[in-house]
Every structure is written in structure tokens, then in C-alpha cells.
Design a protein around this ligand. Sequence first.
Ligand code: NAP
Ligand code: ZN
Ligand code: ZN
Length: 351
Amino acid sequence: MTVKAIGAHAADKALEAMDIVRRAPGQHDVQIDIAFCGVCHSDLHTVRGEWAGTLFPCVPGHEIVGRVSAVGPHVRGFQVGDLVGVGCMVNSCRHCADCGEGLENYCDGMVGTYNGKTPDAPGHTLGGYSERIVVHERYVLHVRHQPEQLAAVAPLLCAGITTYSPLRHWNTGTGKRVGIVGIGGLGHMGIKLARAMGAHVVAFTTSAAKRADAEGLGAHEVVVSRDADAMAAQAGSLHLIIDTVAAPHDLDAYLSLLRRDGTMVLVGAPATPHPSPQVFNLIMKRRALAGSMIGGIPETQEMLDFCAAHGIVADIEMIRADEINESYERMLAGDVKYRFVIDSATLRGGR
Ligand code: NAP
Ligand code: ZN
Ligand code: ZN
């Protein structure tokens, strides 16, 4: 079936309306009428060709929520009308150790929701900036929030799980001091989630104007990273740092804030590398520098249920589909509080 979408035909072209084809639901497929799709910085990195290997036409979008509109005959977990989400992946090999442990995000055969290899036309996956998507039920999540919260649930599917997973993996909880670096889509979720897990949360921002917001999101302390005295006051104090910054920057400034055995986790994925940190900054306090990529399907469901139970959603600004190019510029300028979400109805209703 043909559905409406917005995407780009080349890295140097603006996004524009286009028609794309979705497969008819197969035996185990769930067909989802997309209600909302969040706008992740990874969408921008990909569609502008900042990371190697973008395939065109490119339809981004991996923070998808909507309602099930059809199911294949062998689907067991979903019914027509269910509120559901789809995050950053729509397939994986299903038999490797990573898939067996529910860590499909680390499977070598993981298929991204966009820009992944698929037998469907045009040979690569097309994402959630579209009216409808068809996904194997293994990669579909239940949304248990109230229906009126749906738009603000969308960003949990990437920004939420990408911060939840390392917070859990590195045992965030009561008595832990956790730093969140960069208050954007990921960072604002990191603050909310770390707070809900019981940690003492220190937010780091380059934008002094975000101080009050960060406190409102749940940060116990807010440090403007250009303030050398405020940075020095945090030296050796943090158990864990989640760095969400989308641009290269000095990692040593943050590594030195870790206490002995502390870990700094990079989730931000800038197109050009960070300057290498000083090895002595790691050696002297047995500190670790790590990375983390989204989360597996079981953990994504756990995160959605945790958020539903704690009343956590993203802070969003709703946009029309035809406002996407302007939204990218505003995201680059840090001018979004704190996630753009596309109202997919504006794809259907003419522009
Ligand atoms: P975003 O909304 O643009 O937030 C990034 C934040 O980084 C900004 O709000 C800003 O916060 C801070 N920042 C500081 N200097 C910056 C600069 N020169 N340019 C851009 N940002 C700067 O982006 P996002 O959607 O949260 O994504 C953040 C990064 O994570 C991206 O690189 C994205 O591709 C990556 N990502 C990774 C994963 C994963 O699985 N590891 C998943 C999703 C996204 P302040 O104003 O507070 O300083
Ligand atoms: Zn994302
Ligand atoms: Zn696998």
C-alpha cells in the first residue's frame, strides 16, 4: 500500500513530501497507523549524511507511537486498536547470543527502523515520518500510558530507552550521584529517569538559560559547564555520567568529576570524534569510559512500563510535518523544549 511520508532524496536536499510503499502485513506483522513521531538528533545526522552510509530516499523517524490497524494471522501479542510503539529497530537475526538475551540492539543483524537493509522496496527501511508502518510483532511495544499522553510518549522510544538502559546497567539508584551532560532530547529524559530511580542528579549544560528548566525536570543541582569553579566543585564526586552531547568536546572535563571506579557513558554520537581523553584521568581513579546504544526490546518495554507507573513522559513541542526542516535548524540551535514531535495527522490532511 502507498502511504504519505516526508523524507529527503539526497543529503544536501531539504525534506519534502513523498509517497512510500508499505508491505501488506505478513503472518507475524503488526500494521500501525502512526499518530506521532518524535524528532531525534540521529534523524538529522542520518538524513544529512553526517554518519557514513545513508541510503536515499531517506525517511527518518524512530520514536513512533500509534494504534494497531491490522494484524497478521499468527500475531499473538497485539490486537487491532492497541496503543503501541516502535523504537529504533524493526528486525534482528533472532538467533545470536545478543538476540537470545533480549539485547537485539547489539545484534550484528539488527535492522534499524530507517536506513536498514530489508527485502521491502526500496531495499532499505523507511521510518516513522510517515502515516503507517508494518513491523514484525517481536519489535512492537505496548504503550500503557493514557491515550491523551500518547504524543509525549513517542520520545521514550529512543531518547527514553537510550538513557534508561545505561542508567540501569550501571545501577543507578538511591545513594548514587549521577551526572547528565547536555539537556536536549536525551538529556532531559536522563534527568527525569535518574531522578525517578532515586539518584542525586547533577545536570550539566552549556546553556545557562536552561538552569530553571533542568531543576523543573528533576535535577538536584545544575552546573553551567563554562563555569570553571562550578565544575571544580563537582570533582571526584559522581558515580556515573551519561554524556548525550551531539558535538565533539573535551571529555577530560567530565572524567575528572568521576569518583574512584566511576563510569562515564557516551551516548551522544557526534559525526566527528571527540579529542582523546588523558589516559591518566582514567588510571588514577580506576575510572571507566564506556558507550551504550539504545536498548533491547524487553528493556524498552520495561522502560515504557516504568514511565507509565511513574507518570513520566517527554516535554514536547508538537509540529506539523511541513515544519520539519525548520525544526532541524532549531534543534541544532538548542531551541527546543525538549523534543519535537510530528503530528502525523498533518501528513494526511494536506499541507
Ligand atoms: P539534542 O536534542 O540536539 O540534544 C543535544 C544537547 O547537547 C543539546 O541540547 C545541548 O545541550 C548539548 N550540546 C552542547 N554543545 C552542543 C553542540 N555544539 N551541538 C549540539 N548539541 C550540543 O540531541 P538528542 O536527540 O538528545 O541526541 C544527542 C546525541 O545522541 C546525538 O548525537 C544523537 O545522534 C545521539 N543518540 C545516540 C543514541 C544511542 O543509542 N547512543 C540514541 C539516540 C541519539 P545543552 O544546551 O544543555 O548544553
Ligand atoms: Zn534516536
Ligand atoms: Zn541477533
